[in-house]
Design a protein around this ligand. Structure first.
Ligand code: NAI
Length: 358
C-alpha cells in the first residue's frame, strides 16, 4: 500500500530539532513503523501543478496525509485521477484543502486529528488580540529602530478590559478563546454560531449568543474568527460585512485566510474602519511575497499582526497531531473503528456538523 504525505520542508531546523515532526525530514515519525508493516511511504513538499510529486503520486496512493500548514489541495479533478485513494488524513485540524463534497461523492473518507492543536491556536488568538489592542508590534519595531517616542505608540494603544469581544464559531477553539479571555474583565463576550453552546458553558463564561451576523459585528470591539472554511464561510468577512463592523474594530483570523476577503480587509485597514488585523492563515499558502496582508497598515502605520501559519504547529501540537495521525492510520490498517470526533467525511457522507448546515 502506498501512503503519500505532503508536508513542509524543515531544512536545517528539522535536522537540529527532531520534535519538528510535521516536516518532510521527520515524516511525522511514521517511516520506520510503516516500513515494518510492509507499506511504502512517499513524503514530499512538492504540491502545486501537474508536475508536482503530489499529482504524480496521488494516482496510485491509497492514503493521503497532508497538513493545513502546507496543504496539498485535493480538488475534484485530482480526485478523479486518484483511483486507489480511500482515506485522507489531515495532520492537524481543518480539512478544507480537500473538496469535501467531492470526497463524499467519491466515497473517500476524510479524517482529522480533532482537538490536537486547539489550545495552541486559542493561545495565539489571545496573544494576537493583545498585540493589536495594545499596539505592540509598532512599539517593538520602534525599539529595534533605535527610536523612542511613547506618544506615537500610546495614541493608538488601549486596554482589553471593558471591550466587547466576539467569536464567529464557538467550537473547540472559539470556546477556549472565550475561556481564556474571561479573566480580562471584558465588557461582554459574544458568540455567533448556528450550533448553540451548552447551557453550562454559557453560564460559566457569561457569554451571550447573537444570532444575526450584522448585529453581532456591530456590537464587537474585537472579532475573532474560529469556524471552518466551507461554502458557507468562504468570503464571509467581505466589504459589506466589514462596513457593519464598529469603526476602528480589531479583527483576528486564525481559522482560514479565505474566510476573509483579502482586498476588502486591506482596504478596511487602510481606511481605519479596522484598527488592526492579525492572524496566521492566508488565502494561498505559502503566501506570495507580494500578498497585501504582509505589509498592509492602518493610517497610523500599525495594526498588522500577521505571521506565517504556525499557531497550531507548536512543538507541543506537533507531538499531538503526529501521534493522532498514527492512530488514525493504525485503525485504518487494522480495520478498527475510528474515533467519531475525528471523522469529517465517512463512507459517502458528512459525519460532522461543523462544516456547514446541511
Ligand atoms: P470545531 O469543529 O470544534 O468548531 C467549529 C465551530 O464553527 C462549530 O461550532 C461550528 O458550528 C461553527 N461554524 C461552522 N460554520 C459556521 C458559520 N457559518 N458561522 C458560525 N459558526 C460556524 O473546530 P475547531 O477545532 O474549533 O477549529 C475551527 C477551525 O480553526 C478549523 O476548521 C480550522 O480551519 C482552524 N484551525 C486553524 C489552525 C491554525 O493553525 N491556524 C489550527 C487548528 C484549526
Amino acid at each position: 500500500m502506498k501512503v503519500l504525505a505532503i508536508l513542509y520542508n524543515g531544512f536545517k531546523a528539522a535536522q537540529q530539532e527532531p520534535r519538528l515532526l510535521g516536516t518532510v525530514e521527520n515524516k511525522l515519525g511514521l517511516d520506520k513503523w510503516l516500513a515494518s508493516r510492509g507499506h511504502e511511504l512517499v513524503v514530499s513538499s512538492s504540491k502545486d501543478g501537474p508536475d508536482s510529486d503530489f499529482q504524480k503520486h496521488i494516482t496510485d496512493a491509497e492514503v493521503l496525509i497532508t497538513t493545513p500548514f502546507h496543504p496539498g489541495y485535493l480538488t475534484r479533478d485530482i480526485m478523479d485521477k486518484a483511483k486507489n485513494l480511500k482515506i485522507c488524513i489531515t495532520a492537524g485540524v481543518g480539512s478544507d484543502h480537500v473538496d469535501l463534497n467531492a470526497a463524499v461523492e467519491h466515497k473517500i473518507q476524510v479524517l482529522e486529528v480533532s482537538g490536537s492543536n486547539v489550545t495552541s491556536v486559542a493561545e495565539h488568538v489571545v496573544m494576537s488580540i493583545l498585540n493589536l489592542v495594545r499596539n505592540f508590534v509598532p512599539a517593538h519595531e520602534m525599539i529595534e529602530r533605535g527610536d523612542w517616542q511613547v506618544s506615537d505608540i500610546a495614541r493608538n494603544a488601549f486596554d482589553l478590559e471593558g471591550k466587547v469581544v466576539g467569536t464567529i464559531g464557538a467550537g473547540r477553539i472559539g470556546y477556549r478563546v472565550l475561556q481564556r479571555l474571561a479573566p480580562f474583565d471584558c465588557k461582554e463576550l459574544l458568540y455567533y454560531d448556528y450550533a448553540p453552546l451548552p447551557a453550562n458553558a454559557v453560564s460559566n463564561l457569561k457569554v451571550r449568543r447573537v444570532e444575526d451576523l450584522d448585529q453581532f459585528v456591530s456590537e464587537c470591539d474585537v472579532v475573532t474568527v474560529n469556524c471552518p472554511l466551507h461554502e458557507g464561510t468562504r468570503g464571509l468577512v467581505n466589504e459589506e460585512l466589514l462596513s457593519k463592523f464598529k469603526p476602528g474594530a480589531w479583527l483576528v483570523n486564525t481559522a482560514r485566510g479565505a474566510i476573509c476577503d483579502a482586498e476588502a480587509v486591506k482596504k478596511a485597514l487602510e481606511s481605519g474602519q479596522l484598527s488592526g488585523y492579525a492572524g496566521d492563515v492566508w488565502n494561498v499558502q505559502p503566501a506570495p511575497k507580494s500578498h497585501p496582508w504582509r505589509t498592509m497598515k492602518n493610517p497610523l502605520g500599525g495594526g498588522n499582526g500577521m505571521t506565517p501559519h504556525y499557531s497550531g504547529t507548536t512543538l507541543d501540537a506537533q507531538a499531538r497531531y503526529a501521534s493522532g495521525t498514527k492512530s488514525i492510520l493504525e485503525n485504518y490498517l487494522d480495520g478498527k473503528p475510528q474515533e467519531p470526533q475525528n471523522v469529517i467525511v465517512g463512507m459517502g457522507k458528512y459525519e460532522t456538523k461543523a462544516y456547514g448546515q446541511r
